[in-house]
Design a protein around this ligand. Structure first.
Ligand SMILES: [Zn+2]
Length: 261
């Protein structure tokens, strides 16, 4: 299973390499102008979730960045995360909040929780569902859960070798045949600080035990693609990503994609 996905991803990376750049490759795809989201839903950055506005775990990662890392514990950290996620959601055109099966971001948050909360929720997915439901109440938006069968990746593993750092807030690679599947972070609706923390999760997962691990090497890189609608914004997003790729010592590369209307 893993091997088939790996070969598919390597084949597409090779095609992009041959085209000269991600930009040149994308421009050869006949449906490239259709790379836009069809649902105003907040969903996870996970490459398997359907298109939408993308925050890690639909905002649950804020429990770490605005909660536990600021010295808050348990429920207090969860409430701080909800507060920050609600602000981000309110700044977007979202109409729905989703949660999904096997959410890695919910898993990271669950691991930071005291035993009492682990006991109360039982699994990280239950915590993710609770968070998304609370966020929907707080923002007055609808809620739905996305099961593993609805997801475009196998259970238990991440298959993407690409991640999109989306400054447009509406980029959807799944809508275009030929574009590589990837994690997506809606940089447009997250501050720079939060968006960077979330995009960092993508190469971390891909090079870890739930991804391709040691198969990602300097000659088989993980790709971070900045997406923007004007050249200045693109330049700035690419430079935001550089420190992330630098920390992977040649195993992660950064490119830009300028969306042309
Ligand atoms: Zn997730």
């Amino acid at each position: 299973m893993k091997e088939r996905h790996w070969h598919e991803q390597c084949a597409i990376a090779e095609k992009i390499g041959k085209a000269g750049s991600f930009q040149k490759y994308a421009e050869t795809l006949p449906d490239i102008l259709n790379a836009v989201i069809s649902k105003q839903e907040v969903c996870c950055i996970d490459e398997g979730t359907p298109d939408g506005i993308r925050f890690a775990g639909s905002g649950i990662y804020y429990v770490i960045t605005q909660g536990t890392e600021k010295g808050k514990k348990g429920k207090e950290a969860i409430y701080a995360g909800l507060e920050a996620a609600a602000e981000a959601v309110k700044g977007s055109p979202a109409e729905f909040i989703t949660s999904h099966d096997e959410c890695g971001a919910a898993g990271l948050v669950f691991n930071e929780m005291p035993d009492s909360i682990k006991k109360e929720f039982g699994t990280s997915d239950n915590l993710g569902i609770y968070f998304a439901k609370e966020l929907s109440k707080k923002t007055g938006l609808g809620y739905r859960h996305i099961g593993i069968k609805e997801m475009a990746r196998p259970s238990g593993m991440h298959t993407a070798m690409f991640a999109y750092y989306d400054g447009t807030g509406k980029f959807n690679p799944d809508a275009v045949p030929g574009l590589p599947q990837g994690f997506v972070v809606s940089r447009k609706y997250l501050g720079k600080e939060e968006a960077l923390r979330e995009i960092e999760l993508a190469p971390k997962i891909a090079t870890g035990e739930h991804g391709y691990g040691g198969l990602i090497k300097p000659d088989k890189k993980f790709w971070l693609i900045a997406v923007a609608e004007d050249p200045w914004a693109l330049e700035s997003l690419v430079s935001e990503l550089k420190p992330v790729s630098d920390s992977y010592k040649g195993k992660v590369k950064v490119e830009g994609f300028l969306v042309k209307a």
